[in-house]
Design a protein around this ligand. Sequence first.
Ligand SMILES: Cc1ncc(COP(=O)(O)O)c(C=O)c1O
Length: 392
Amino acid sequence: MKNAGRSTRALWAGEEEPHAYGAAQMPLVPAISFGYETVEEWRDVALMKRPGHIYSRNTNPTVALLEEKVRSLEEAEAAVSFSSGMAAISNTLYSLVKPGERVVSITDTYGGTNRVFVEFLPKIGVEVSLVSTDDEAAILAEIAKGCRLLYLETPTNPTLKVVDIAKLAAAGKAVGAIVVTDNTVATPINQNPLALGSDLVIHSASKFLCGHGDALGGILCGTKELVRHVYEYREINGAVLEPFSAYLIARGLKTLSLRVERHNSNAMTVACFLENHAAVEQVFYPGLESNAGHAVAREQMRGFGGMLSFTLREGLEVASVMERLKLAHRAASLGHVETFAGIPATTSHVECTAEQRAAMGIPERLIRYSVGIEDVADLVADLGQALVGSSL
Ligand SMILES: Cc1ncc(COP(=O)(O)O)c(C=O)c1O
């Protein structure tokens, strides 16, 4: 798969060898235990002297197949999966950072991640310094003070801010930090943080990787050494991805590249439509030239992604506009084939109070719109009727 393109990798990585029975599709193996004829063989597998599986809290063939596909797409040395994106994030942080050490991150990480930073890590004596995502100089200054781990997310959820991975990762490396990037919103089709200097990349696989909103999962990719370290923690912590979810995510992944192409182009069309609409105050999408992160996004992304958000002008009812949308699930989550719309208080930052959201610069009048792969003319027409219905 070394020289293959991303569409080919998504299809064939982990499936180069024939499957059992000559099956032309990947196997779903729900077994939790794997048996051996001889004790010697069993012991060799357990000691990793030969390939094989022992127990599905450690490894499982279907789960390993998914890990191999994402590893290949991120061009990483190794990958390990988890029961959800938050399990990937918390297992990574808890296993790599000790009491007394310091983490630097940005204020706009996903709400669940932010809670780990403001509530959970400080409880175990980890110092966390969160810096305004817009203030690159301040982020660099905090990194320069020294830290064990630098945690980035770009584009952010829900305001799609972009940080310069290469610049910040270089600064992190200079002080000996492990650099971790949440790549959920971009996907490995649009962006590869490892190629930009990040040591580890995290995905909520529940989003674009799966794409169909029917399985929760998380994946971490990076160097063999770091991934192995986190794997050993997860092995005992037990936040393991179960095989049926791995199967669904791997099946979804096979069309990731096609889906993301469509998400990218639909989102660009919708963003331009919204930017020129009288009812809309501001559109947040890194593909727009007016966006503060556009120049960096052009450098580090191959496509601008399928998620955007926008604020309504004063006097317009967010709930009414949301409720008039016909081609959008009013539901949490993003990155699925259908369009989803939500407000941060019910989606990305449901874990936070209104004051915390305000402190993070997340407007309460923001609508997050995860653009699906519908015909874009239908999405534009739907948004048009929902916004025209607002009392302009
Ligand atoms: C950017 C980002 N990272 C992580 C997560 C957490 O993922 P999960 O819901 O799979 O735990 C989310 C969920 O919305 C997310 O948007």
